[in-house]
Every structure is written in structure tokens, then in C-alpha cells.
Design a protein around this ligand. Structure first.
Ligand code: GTP
Ligand code: MG
Length: 199
């Protein structure tokens, strides 16, 4: 597999958690951020790509990841787990704080090479999903759409669901769209190849 020629994915650990710029790592390693609504599977995506059960904390409880979590992978790349959006039981004030934190990272971070934007293959993208994609396109941040939880629908329906998502997002054909599952590891190779190509 391609990633094994480039980095030792087993040599991965959480580096730090940050609420703002002053706490980001101070070097120029490339970073790939994971964005998506709460509970969509961002942390599970990281764990799957790193072959770890629980490096990035996952939970049934949405809204658990509150800070930007930086994961160091073999001192060559970092994944940045971004707190999920669209969690209903969050105050207006907290939501505004969240927005500021994400925007500061996405807009000002020179290390950022691409954002993996996760959506649920089973459902139409939410308004927040559409907004995130538009935001990334507006700032010309390379974006990889990962449609996850593919194991929850039959393979024969994947294309239909993928098309519906693309339409709703106003998907740019130049971007990559990957069907993924943290359970079956569907899309694992394609995800790594796509990420490595952005570094
Ligand atoms: P927040 O940190 O709250 O924003 O959530 P998250 O996006 O990090 O989601 P997380 O990875 O914690 O996953 C949420 C739930 O979905 C967990 O119960 C996971 O086990 C489950 N899950 C994630 N990915 C998949 C998948 O591909 N298939 C299935 N069946 N379940 C998944
Ligand atoms: Mg998470």
C-alpha cells in the first residue's frame, strides 16, 4: 500500500489539543483536517487510517471533541480532528466560539494542505455540510469529500446516494469523492492515496 512506502502509520500519537492559534504546533509539517457534523465519523476515520482502535476518541455522544486535536503521524504529517458541527444541544454562544475557532484554523493555517470533509452516505447533506463545502471552495482550500458509513447501506445503492449528495453540494467534479466505511475499511487505499497526493 502506498502509505506504507511513505510513512509508518503505526508511529502515531496525539500531539496536542488547541483552542486557538497560539497553541498550534510551531513547525511546517503538512496537516490534513477532518471536518463534518457531529457523529459523522471523523475520529473513526482517523482511527481507521492509522489502524488504531481508539487513538482519536470516538463516542456515541455527539459533540465530544471540543478542541482542535493534532495527531502526529511519523513526524511527517498531522491529522487535525476538528470538533463536529450541527450538534443541536449547544448554546448560541458556544456555536459562535466554535465557528471562530474553526475559521481561524482553516483560513490562517499555512500548514493546511487539504480538508477531508465527511458526510454520511446514507443521507442528504445538511445545510451545515453544504456551507462547509462552500466555505472551503470560497477559500480555495483543497477538499476531499468522504461519504462514510457505507456499510450501513447495500452496495447496490451507493451510486444513487453518492449522486444525491453531489447534487445537493453542488459538487465540483475536480474534487475527489470517496465512499468509505470505518467498519469494513472500504475506501481505505483511496483515502490514503488521495491524502498523500495533497502533501
Ligand atoms: P464528534 O467528535 O462528536 O464530532 O463525532 P465524530 O465525527 O468524531 O464521530 P465518531 O468517529 O465518534 O463516530 C460516531 C459514531 O458513529 C460512533 O458510534 C462510531 O462507531 C460510528 N461510526 C463511525 N464511522 C462509522 C462507519 O463507517 N460505519 C458505522 N457503521 N459506524 C460508524
Ligand atoms: Mg470526534
Amino acid at each position: 500500500m502506498a502509505e506504507e512506502q511513505v510513512l509508518n502509520t503505526h508511529n502515531a500519537d496525539i500531539l496536542l489539543s488547541a483552542a486557538n492559534k497560539s497553541h498550534y504546533p510551531q513547525d511546517d509539517l503538512p496537516e490534513v483536517a477532518l471536518a463534518g457534523r457531529s457523529n459523522v465519523g471523523k475520529s473513526s476515520f482517523i482511527n481507521t487510517l492509522l489502524g488504531r482502535k481508539n487513538l482519536a476518541r470516538t463516542s456515541g455522544k455527539p459533540g465530544k471533541t471540543q478542541l482542535l486535536n493534532f495527531y502526529n503521524i511519523d513526524n511527517k504529517l498531522r491529522f487535525v480532528d476538528v470538533p463536529g458541527y450541527g450538534y443541536a444541544r449547544v448554546s448560541k454562544k458556544e456555536r459562535a466560539k466554535w465557528g471562530k475557532m474553526i475559521e481561524e484554523y482553516l483560513v490562517t493555517r499555512d500548514n493546511l494542505r487539504a480538508v477531508v470533509s465527511l458526510v454520511d452516505l446514507r443521507h442528504d447533506p445538511t445545510q451545515d455540510d453544504v456551507q462547509m463545502y462552500e466555505f472551503l471552495k470560497y477559500y480555495e482550500i483543497p477538499v476531499i469529500i468522504v461519504a462514510t458509513k457505507a456499510d450501513k447501506i447495500p452496495r447496490g445503492k451507493w451510486n444513487k446516494h453518492a449522486s444525491a449528495i453531489k447534487t445537493k453540494l453542488n459538487f465540483d467534479k475536480k474534487d475527489r469523492f470517496i465512499i468509505f466505511s470505518a467498519v469494513t475499511r472500504e475506501g481505505y487505499d483511496e483515502a490514503w492515496d488521495t491524502i498523500l497526493a495533497e502533501l
